[in-house]
Design a protein around this ligand. Structure first.
Ligand code: NA7
Length: 544
């Protein structure tokens, strides 16, 4: 049963076959929609298909970072580790694709390169890199938020003739770096995970660090059968708890503030939290760590001291101390032997704040004060977050403007899922949603379900046009800004704010009020008949 009678028109086109695309295909086809998915890569997996660099794993525990929509699925799949490596997460995604027979809904090796709203027919004309155009009533992006690699904006890179590889498009084996002099540029989550493993095989690793980050021990471990069992017996209840939490993982209830306790007590608590690690570790020990800079300083300095304890060379330790931003205000990293790696005789650190890269030669990186001869350069420089993948879709909206023009001064969305002037277009894990400040798989399920309910609601009333109202969008932008304003995210440079990409507008692109609160708002909006959304041109007034 389809709503679109025109020949060759599909109800929904979905972009991407990662965690979002696969659940979209499952949810929508189960509800009777026709669905065509397009995936640029040769297979399923998205992020977990491409990011195969050594040490790649998720910082959210796998028992949570997995689908919750099917009880049998979560009972039959067994994670081997607390933080599963990339290969195991990819195997899981492949298992889901096969188990629910989802591959047949996708065309692989095919990238969406343009999409134009056709107002007369109320359809999207979706242009593919194969040269074909496909038409759909709805267009839903599952292109992800951290999927478009940042331009390789390192001076002189083109001169370098040695081995060059990026973490986000890793296409060599670790053995290819054996015995080589390797430069690693970038010390975010990817660099932090890769560096200790590269150091084990390379002759020498020189780490080029621009901004030192907080790296807490991941404390990864094998999951015992007993641990797995204890999760599985309670899985539905645990998932429900996650849905109503702040970050989509079970929360430690913390209500007191850093200065409510004595210095000794605070230190004792940080020590205990340091043993927990993860997002429930030191950064979550007191309720005011992300809002009060003085409170935060106590936690930040606790980590600074840990670094000074671990790293033997005092000068290297000082360079590694993250002194430019408060703990948690840009994405924290979780590592295995990260700081310990700098005690190895074959690892050295270059601070790009002290000696920026000026150029490269065929076999060296030249900074303002030295020349570093290397055989290989590993780029771990991050992504054009949120808007990169969306602009890559080449959307043209109802008034003929491109999405990047509509958002020239900053992102504007309704609930992070829709944007005015782009009717029947939806984003999952988009900007101004809580997705990338949370267990993203759980946020993806919530968004897909909400969008599916909305288009079913429209179908039930025979409507074919869904668009965010200007009023709804203004209110949501205000809410995201009011939510972030009292936090330290608001004043810290990070990819959440577009600071890592030259020329990007400096606005915070997440919603940090928590997944539980967000879910309640979204559910309430649906119950009230979708204020903030015009359906066939009709909108209820005042939304949020
Ligand atoms: P990130 O977290 O954006 O880290 C990129 C790193 O590369 C970071 O240390 C940057 O320094 C550095 N960088 C970026 N551009 C350059 C140039 N041109 N020269 C030198 N150094 C540079 O990306 P990741 O892939 O590690 O992680 C992305 C997310 O994936 C992560 O947050 C998790 O959510 C999963 P900067 O801090 O900008 O000074």
């Amino acid at each position: 049963s389809t709503t679109t009678s025109a020949p060759g028109v599909v109800d929904v086109i979905g972009v991407g076959a990662g965690f979002t695309g696969l659940y979209l295909a499952h949810r929508l086809t189960t509800a009777g929609w026709t669905f065509a998915g397009f995936e640029a890569g040769p297979s399923v997996g998205g992020t977990w298909f491409w990011n195969t660099y050594p040490g790649a794993r998720c910082d959210v525990e796998s028992i949570y970072y997995s689908y919750s929509f099917d009880e049998t699925l979560q009972q039959e799949w067994t994670w081997s580790q607390r933080f599963a490596p990339q290969a195991e997460i990819l195997r899981y995604i492949e298992h889901v694709a096969d188990r629910f027979d989802l591959r047949k809904h996708f065309t692989f090796d095919t990238r969406v390169v343009g999409a134009t709203w056709n107002e007369a027919d109320r359809l999207w004309d979706v242009h593919l890199d194969s040269g074909e155009t496909r038409r759909s009533r709805y267009l839903i992006s599952g292109a992800g938020g951290l999927s478009t690699p940042k331009d390789f904006d390192v001076p002189g890179l083109a001169n370098f003739t040695g081995l060059q590889v990026s973490t986000s498009r890793w296409n060599i084996s670790l053995d290819d770096l054996a015995g080589k002099r390797v430069a690693v540029i970038g010390t975010g989550s990817s660099g932090v995970q890769a560096i200790p493993l590269i150091a084990q095989v390379a002759e020498h690793v020189t780490v080029f660090q621009r901004t030192p980050n907080y790296v807490m021990p991941a404390r990864n471990s094998e999951l015992s059968p007993e641990q797995v069992e204890s999760i599985k017996v309670d899985y539905p209840a645990i998932r429900e708890e996650c849905r109503h939490s702040l970050g989509g993982i079970p929360e430690r209830p913390v209500t007191d503030k850093a200065f409510d306790v004595s210095d000794e007590e605070r230190l004792r608590r940080y020590e205990a939290a340091y043993e927990l690690s993860g997002f429930n570790g030191v950064g979550a020990e007191f309720a005011d760590l992300i809002t009060d800079i003085d409170a935060n300083r106590t936690a930040s300095e606790f980590i600074h001291d840990k670094i000074r304890e671990i790293v033997e060379d005092p000068a290297t330790a000082e360079l590694l101390v993250p002194k430019y931003h408060p703990l948690g205000a840009k994405r924290s990293c979780f590592g295995t032997d990260y700081y310990e790696t700098f005690n190895r005789p074959n690892v050295s650190l270059v601070s790009l704040r002290d000696e920026p890269i000026e150029t490269m030669t065929a076999n060296a990186i030249v900074t303002s004060s030295d020349t570093y001869e290397v055989d290989a350069v590993v780029l771990a420089i991050g992504f054009d977050a949120f808007t990169g993948p969306l602009y890559g879709l080449g959307l043209t909206g109802a008034s003929g403007q491109k999405l990047q023009d509509a958002w020239r001064d900053g992102v504007r969305t309704y609930l992070g899922m829709m944007t005015a002037d782009f009717p029947n277009f939806f984003m999952v894990a988009g900007p101004q949603s809580p997705a990338l400040a949370s267990n993203v798989v759980m946020s993806i399920e919530q968004a897909v379900d909400w969008i599916a309910d909305l288009i079913e609601h429209a179908r039930d009333s025979g409507a074919t046009l869904i668009e965010a109202t200007a009023e709804g969008q203004n209110d949501w932008v205000d809410i995201t800004e009011e939510t972030v304003a009292p936090t330290l995210y608001a004043t810290t440079d990070s990819w959440y704010r577009g600071s890592n990409v030259e020329g990007k507008p400096n606005t915070f692109m997440g919603y940090v009020g928590g997944v539980g609160k967000y879910r309640r708002m979204c559910t309430e909006i649906a119950k009230r008949g979708y204020p903030g959304v015009a359906i066939d041109g009709e909108a209820l007034s005042r939304n949020l």
